[in-house]
Design a protein around this ligand. Structure first.
Ligand code: MTE
Length: 314
């Protein structure tokens, strides 16, 4: 994100619109009827196991917009632990070993404990959540995540009254993640939410996409997704979730506090210091489209920020 601005992205890096799956194919996929012939399940460079996560509940919180293709979602990524290029994660993330995996839930809670990934997969009914995702760099995608509300996990550990924020720590494994050997960011990658944001029904821990186990490049085996915020909030390959009193000093804010605010709410009226945030380019489309406040989720989340100046708290 520090490295390139939107105009630097070459059209040749983006899968052409013609590869979009049609709406009918998408509906079949959403119903768990993934027809192998209909879409590129094992896209080149994709590191998913191919294992289905179904049966999945459908969520009323899903958008009805057409999702991006599996190839687009899994080959155009930001995951600096594997390099700063958009195609680095798809090429390099095979090195990550997402099983066995544990997530420690610690800090200001009555029942801190460690959860194995298999237990997390069963913690709450898995739902398909088709979300619009907007990256601070000016591009967007629609992604059919599979996951469960973060609240389901937090309820298990019983946050104390003193807990106000939740910090999400990504894995930091130099033997598996070549990018962390370089001081590009302050590792481990750290993101955070206010506790009420984390408890919002839209905020999920994703364990899959397109009905399948999450590919490594998208943050296997478990990552944060908060669709009203810029994509950098979505910490990948999480190993610790810590309930804390003070606002966490997150990796991107540390790297450049003027560019990457803690709130990271999609706000077209707050320019990034180096470019406008008023429009976005949906990956696979040529023309830019207007960006919506809170990425179009304002009806659900605006109340969380009542009384706050969203230009100051960007
Ligand atoms: N998480 C980790 N651990 N490392 C990263 O570099 N990049 C973030 C976020 N989560 C990142 C991360 C950014 S900038 C974006 S836009 C999203 O992941 C991209 O998610 P995607 O590749 O699944 O679309």
């Amino acid at each position: 994100m520090l490295i390139r601005k939107p105009s630097d992205i070459l059209p040749s890096e983006i899968t052409p619109e013609a590869t979009y799956r049609d709406r009918r194919t998408f509906l079949a996929a959403a119903g768990g009827l993934l027809a192998a012939a209909a879409l590129p399940l094992k896209a080149k460079g994709a590191q998913g196991s191919g294992a289905n996560l179904g049966p999945l509940q459908k969520s009323p919180l899903s958008t009805s917009e057409t999702p991006n293709t599996y190839a687009q979602v899994t080959q155009y990524n930001n995951f600096y632990e594997f390099g700063t290029g958009k195609d680095d994660p798809a090429r390099e993330a095979w090195r990550l070993k997402p099983r066995p995996w544990e997530v420690k839930v610690t800090g200001l809670c009555a029942k801190p404990r460690t959860f194995g990934i298999e237990e997390l997969l069963k913690l709450a009914p898995l739902e398909e959540r088709i979300y619009r995702m907007r990256c601070v760099e000016g591009w967007s995608m629609v992604i059919p995540w599979v996951g469960f509300p973060i609240k389901a996990l937090l309820d298990k550990v019983q946050p104390l009254g003193s807990a106000r924020f939740v910090a999400f720590f990504s894995a930091d494994r130099p033997d598996q993640m070549p990018g962390v050997r370089l001081p590009v960011l302050d590792w481990p990658y750290l993101e955070g939410l206010r506790l009420d944001e984390a408890n919002h029904p839209l905020a999920i821990l994703a364990v899959g996409l397109y009905g399948q186990i999450l590919p490594n490049q998208n943050g296997a085996p478990i990552r944060l997704v908060a669709p009203w915020k810029y994509g950098f909030k979505g910490g990948k390959s999480i190993v610790e979730i810590r309930l804390v009193k003070d606002q966490p000093w997150t990796s991107w804010a540390k790297a450049n506090p003027n560019e990457y605010g803690f709130y990271a709410n999609v706000n077209p009226n707050h320019d990034h210091p180096r470019w406008s945030q008023k429009t976005e380019r949906r990956i696979g489309e040529l023309l830019r489209r207007p960006t919506q406040m809170f990425n179009g989720y304002g009806d659900q989340v605006a109340h969380l920020y009542r009384g706050m100046d969203l230009d100051t708290y960007f």
